[in-house]
Design a binder for this molecule. Structure first.
Ligand code: PLP
Length: 449
C-alpha cells in the first residue's frame, strides 16, 4: 500500500524521466535524508548512493561547509543578477577561481543555472561568434548519437537519445549526429585503436557532407555518462582534435559529469590532452547542493565575444550568488582535502581494481572505468558476449536487486553504471562491490529461472 506521501505524490506530481504508470502502481521511492555516501528512505533503510545523486554529490551529503556558505550568502545578498554591467563578488571570485583550474587558455566564464542551459548557451554562443567573424552560414553543430546534453530544446537536440528526439520533433535544424565510440557494443572485431580512429573520422565525413564552411562546432562528453559510461579508445580524442583544427571547427567539451575531479583530474580534457574552445560544467561545481552551471570560454571565442557587442543571452539565475558561494566553498573543500589527487592516486585506482573483479561473474561481459566512473556490461552468454533480448530488461532487474540490497546503481539498457561521491572510503567501496556482486547473483537467479 502507498503511504500518504506516496498517495499525494501520485495525485499531484509529474516526475522527470519516469514511467508515470509504473509510479502510480508502486508509489515513488521516498528519500528523506543523506549523510556522507549514504541515503535513508522513508522506511529507514540505509542506501549506499553509488551514483552521487545524478553524478553530482561529489562531496557527499551533509557537508556543513557548503551549508554555511549558502546560509551566509543568503543573509548577505540572497539574489542579484549579472545583467547590464553588474556583478556581485561571489560570481567574479568564482570566475577567477575557475580560470585557474581550467585547462589551456580558458580564462572567461559565462554562468548559467544548469547543464542544459550551458549547452543552449553553447549553441547560441558559437553561432554568435561565427556571425561576428563574418561567417553566419557556419551554424551547423555536430554531436553524437547516444550523447546526453540535457533536456531543453537545444540540449535534447544536441543529445543523441532517440526516445527524446521522438517525443517532440527533435533535433532542431542545424544539429547533426555521428556515431559514438562504444567499443564493447559496436567495435565489430576491429582493434580498439582502429575503431577509435574510424569513429573519429566520421566527424570528417560529416564535415565534408555538411560543407566545411557550414560547420560551427563539434560537441562531446569526454566520457559519455548517461549513454553508459562510454570510455573512448585512446586514439579517439586526438583524432577528433586534429580534425577540428584542420577544418577550423570549434571543439566543445561537455564536462557536466566529467568535470570537478570525477576522472582524477579537475577536467577530463586534461586527461585526454584536449584544448577545447568551450567547456561546459554543472553538477559537481556545487556538489549538486544548489543549481549552477558555467561555460568556460577559451581566448579565441572570448575575444570574439568581447569585441562583438552585446550577446543577447542570459538567465535570471545565471551565477546566482548563493550558488556561487556554495561553488567557492566546494572548491575550497576539494583543495583542502586534495580530493582530485585522492581520486587519481588512491580511491580511483582502488575502486577500479575492485570493480574489475566483478568481471569474473557469469553475467558480466566487460568492466571498464576511469577515476570514480565505472560500468559493466550484462551479457546472456559470456563466451561470445551475446546480449539479452531487450524485452528481458536485465539491467532494470539488476538495478531493482541493488535497491533491495541498499545500493543505488543505474541501468542504461544492460549496462550497469556507477559514479560515487569523491569522498567514498575504502570500506564503502568494499561494501559497494559486495552488494553489486550480490545483486548480480540475484539477477542471475531471476534471469535463469
Ligand atoms: N550534459 C551532460 C553531460 C549531462 O550528463 C547532463 C545531465 O545529466 C546535462 C548536460 C544536463 O544537465 P542539467 O540536468 O543540469 O540540465
Amino acid at each position: 500500500p502507498k503511504s500518504p506521501l506516496q498517495q499525494l505524490d501520485a495525485a499531484h506530481h509529474l516526475h522527470p524521466f519516469t514511467d508515470s504508470q509504473a509510479l502510480h502502481h508502486k508509489g515513488a521511492r521516498v528519500i528523506e535524508r543523506g549523510e556522507g555516501v549514504y541515503l535513508w528512505d522513508a522506511d529507514g533503510n540505509r542506501i549506499l548512493d553509488a551514483m552521487a545523486g545524478l553524478w553530482c554529490v561529489n562531496l557527499g551529503y551533509g557537508r556543513e561547509e557548503l551549508v554555511q556558505a549558502a546560509e551566509q550568502q543568503l543573509r548577505r545578498l540572497p539574489y542579484y543578477n549579472l545583467f547590464f554591467q553588474t556583478t556581485h563578488p561571489r560570481a567574479t571570485e568564482l570566475a577567477a577561481s575557475l580560470a585557474t583550474l581550467l585547462p589551456g587558455d580558458m580564462e572567461h566564464l559565462f554562468f548559467t543555472g544548469s547543464g542544459s542551459e550551458c549547452n543552449d548557451t553553447v549553441v547560441r554562443m558559437v553561432r554568435h561568434y561565427w556571425a561576428e567573424q563574418g561567417q553566419p552560414e557556419r551554424n551547423t553543430i555536430i554531436s553524437r548519437h547516444n550523447a546526453y546534453h540535457g533536456s531543453t530544446l537545444a540540449g535534447a537536440s544536441l543529445g543523441g537519445m532517440k526516445p527524446m528526439h521522438a517525443q517532440g520533433g527533435l533535433p532542431l535544424p542545424g544539429i547533426v549526429h555521428i556515431d559514438q565510440p562504444y567499443y564493447f557494443g559496436e567495435g565489430g572485431g576491429q582493434s580498439p585503436h582502429q575503431f577509435g580512429l574510424q569513429r573519429a573520422r566520421q566527424l570528417e565525413q560529416k564535415i565534408l557532407e555538411s560543407g566545411p564552411d557550414k560547420v560551427a562546432a563539434f560537441i562531446g562528453e569526454p566520457i559519455q555518462g548517461a549513454g553508459g559510461v562510454i570510455i573512448p579508445p585512446d586514439s579517439y580524442w586526438p583524432e577528433i582534435q586534429r580534425i577540428c583544427r584542420q577544418y577550423d571547427i570549434l571543439l566543445v567539451m561537455d564536462e557536466v559529469i566529467c568535470g570537478f575531479g570525477r576522472t582524477g583530474h579537475w577536467f577530463a580534457s586534461e586527461y585526454y590532452g584536449l584544448q577545447p574552445d568551450l567547456l561546459c560544467m554543472a553538477k559537481g561545481i556545487t556538489s549538486g547542493y544548489i543549481p549552477l552551471g558555467a561555460v568556460a570560454v577559451g581566448a579565441r571565442v572570448a575575444q570574439g565575444l568581447i569585441s562583438g557587442g552585446e550577446f543577447f543571452h542570459g538567465f535570471t539565475y545565471s551565477g546566482h550568488p548563493v550558488a556561487c558561494a556554495v561553488a567557492l566553498a566546494n572548491i575550497a573543500v576539494m583543495q583542502k582535502e586534495r580530493l582530485v589527487e585522492r581520486v587519481h592516486d588512491d580511491i580511483g585506482p582502488y575502486l577500479q581494481q575492485e570493480w574489475a573483479s566483478l568481471g569474473s561473474h557469469p553475467l558480466v561481459g566487460e568492466t571498464r572505468g576511469l577515476g570514480l566512473l565505472a560500468a559493466l556490461e550484462l551479457v546472456a552468454d559470456k563466451s561470445d558476449n551475446r546480449r539479452f533480448d531487450e524485452d528481458v530488461g536485465a539491467g532494470v532487474i539488476c538495478r531493482e536487486h541493488c535497491f533491495e540490497l541498499g545500493l543505488v546503481m543505474r541501468a542504461v539498457g544492460d549496462t550497469m553504471i556507477i559514479s560515487p561521491p569523491l569522498v567514498i572510503g575504502r570500506l564503502e567501496v568494499d561494501e559497494l562491490i559486495t552488494k553489486a556482486r550480490q545483486a548480480l547473483d540475484l539477477t542471475y537467479q531471476t534471469l535463469m529461472k
